[in-house]
Write a protein that binds this ligand. Structure first.
Ligand code: DON
Length: 571
């Protein structure tokens, strides 16, 4: 059985305050240790970024201050997904007012984008055009998003928060085995562009563990952002470098696109599951609605004889996912451009959908249709971080370049990678994106529109008090990872630490297949699912959940997914 699953029951998660100890523990048996914290706790995908968050707490900052500093730091120390050239979403619980808000800083399609921009004259998809190089990039939202967050909730000077990342990029840092492996793996694609190759492959070879990565241009860009706020990115020399890179490499983003970019506050998706208030991301993310559908569809069932690996449970969850992802493909897109139906989480509609689930019998995706309403799309490289503080603030942020290192193109002189988020649009009806997701009218390309996402930063409140902040990378699997972690905590009564370590499974309507995490499920589970008529396929452990939780005494803990190099910490 895979090490992760064998050890997670004993495992508590890591505090990066004890990096050395952590290294020793991980070296021994994969066990992770958590501590509780009184001022603030966080979990991120990169140890150095976790340390940055701890520093902010030590200097008296709140969860939003820490989020801004961590967000910029990840752009330096987790370049596969941390970014300033991408976008994302934040869910915020304001401890003072009790209000939960969703901030959308997703990329937008450039004004010059057209519905068929990735098709040739025969309407065939041009390979890699939506995933590789300048044309794959949407207008970045990260810098504007973090600034908006800071403007409304920050307490420390912006300049101080951004300067931590700028300094890290300038002085460089020692890369770990995880990054060395990643650079090796992505060498071919990343060395296609000179501006990218010279940073990550300075002597024409991948940096090795223990060597230092310097990012001088990125540092300069970050210092400009520190000094000038979003204007340091969306106007002036950085903006001009970005547009010059576009012009040279056939991209579409213009100075006007950059100037016009604006993040948007949105009403979160809210539903109650097992007496807990769950808040997640509304369109342009599909996360909140699809997760809400899955959890509400399975809520009435009796779980008392089940565990997270019981075939009946996996079957039920996957049938609910099949229905929910069928709705995703037809009904979901940027609600500012497409009339997303209102009733997707109504109990009367869900009852109708629930009646399609047959006990111990797999339905067929070919015959599963999305629900009807009036007129009215993997790799593993997004990143999530969760932060909470003693004032009841919680921040749950998922942001991304889309696939690993996004478009692979670094802005010359700017030092930062551009996203390839345009691939999240439906580039042709019925044609699957990187994550195997299909779509149509609701998610077609239109100028200024945001591409449909699966990112699901989520907050869970218990009796109006902070309980969990969680999220993950994983493309379409994000939604099922977050939903399963919640079910593991509530229905199966596991601690958040154990909940994060449980093996995962996934179904997304098309392809008609259940993905089971390799090493996580025994022969009885697999045999059970096959006997119900499911196609099963094993996949290497996936996603990288980062979660914080607050116990009944108000003590705060961080939980980093044991599958990767993430770490939890606090102050
Ligand atoms: O927004 C989305 O759904 C995707 N661009 C997320 C990409 C992702 O999670 C990649 N890594 N796991």
């Amino acid at each position: 059985m895979n090490k992760i699953f064998k050890n997670h029951h004993r495992g508590l998660t890591v505090s990066l305050m004890v990096v050395f100890l952590t290294g020793l523990l991980l070296g021994c048996d994969g066990v992770r240790v958590t501590h509780y914290f009184e001022r603030g706790a966080l979990a991120t995908a990169a140890p150095i970024a976790t340390g940055v968050g701890e520093t902010v707490f030590a200097r008296g900052g709140n969860a939003c201050d820490a989020a801004v500093a961590v967000g910029f730091a990840l752009a330096v120390v987790h370049p596969e997904a941390g970014n300033i050239g991408g976008g994302g979403f934040a869910l915020i619980h304001d401890g003072a007012s009790g209000e939960v808000r969703a901030l959308d800083f997703r990329e937008t399609a450039p004004a010059a984008a057209t519905e068929k921009m990735y098709l040739d004259k025969n309407d065939e998809v041009i390979e890699n055009l939506s995933t590789f190089g300048a044309k794959a990039a949407g207008v970045p939202g990260t810098v504007a998003g973090f600034y908006r967050l800071w403007e409304e909730y920050g307490t420390m000077p912006w300049e101080e928060l951004v300067t931590i990342a700028a300094a890290l990029a300038d002085t460089g840092y020692y890369i770990d085995a995880y990054m060395a492996e990643s650079f090796e793996e992505h060498k071919k694609a990343l060395t296609s562009f000179a501006s990218t190759a010279e940073i990550f492959y300075p002597d024409g070879r991948a940096l090795k563990t223990g060597e230092r990565l310097f990012q001088k241009d990125l540092s300069r860009t970050l210092y400009l952002i520190a000094a000038e706020g979003p204007d340091g990115f969306y106007k002036g020399q950085v903006a001009e470098s970005l547009v010059k890179t576009m012009t040279e490499h056939g991209g579409l983003i213009s100075l006007e696109d950059l100037e016009n970019y604006s993040p948007v506050w949105r009403e979160p998706i809210h539903f109650i599951f097992d007496s807990l208030d769950i808040y997640s991301m509304p369109p342009p993310s599909s996360g909140g609605i699809v997760m809400g559908q899955i959890l509400k569809l399975i809520e009435p069932y009796d779980f008392s004889a089940w565990t997270p690996a019981t075939p009946e449970y996996i079957h039920l969850f996957c049938e609910a996912s099949r229905l929910a992802f069928a709705d995703r493909a037809t009904h979901l897109g940027d609600a500012d451009f497409y009339p997303v139906p209102d009733g997707l989480l109504d109990e009367s509609y869900l009852q109708q959908r629930r009646s399609l689930i047959i006990e111990k019998h797999a339905s067929s995706s070919a015959e599963t249709r999305p629900g009807s309403f009036g007129p009215a799309n993997e790799s593993e490289e997004t990143t999530h971080f969760s932060i909470c503080d003693r004032d009841g603030n919680m921040v749950s942020i998922t942001y991304t370049l889309n696939t690993a290192y996004g478009s692979k193109l670094v802005v010359e002189g700017g030092g930062f990678l551009l996203n390839n988020e345009m691939d999240d649009f439906s580039i042709k009806p019925g044609v699957a994106n990187t994550y195997g997701l299909v779509g149509g009218e609701a998610n077609k390309i239109e100028p200024g529109k945001r591409m449909l996402s699966s990112m699901s930063p989520t907050l869970v409140l218990r009796k109006d008090r902070p309980y969990l902040a969680l999220g993950s990378p994983g493309g379409s699997k994000i939604i099922t990872v977050v939903a399963q972690t919640i079910v593991n905590c509530t229905r199966f009564g596991l601690t958040p630490v154990d909940a994060a370590g449980q093996p995962r499974f996934h179904h997304q309507w098309l392809p008609d297949q259940i993905y089971l995490e390799e090493g996580g499920f025994d022969i009885n589970t697999k045999q059970g699912l096959i006997s119900y008529g499911h196609n099963i396929q094993e996949r290497t452990p996936y996603s990288d959940l980062q979660m914080v939780f607050v116990d009944n005494d108000g003590l705060m803990y961080g939980v980093a997914d044991p599958r990767k190099r993430g770490s939890a910490g606090g102050y």
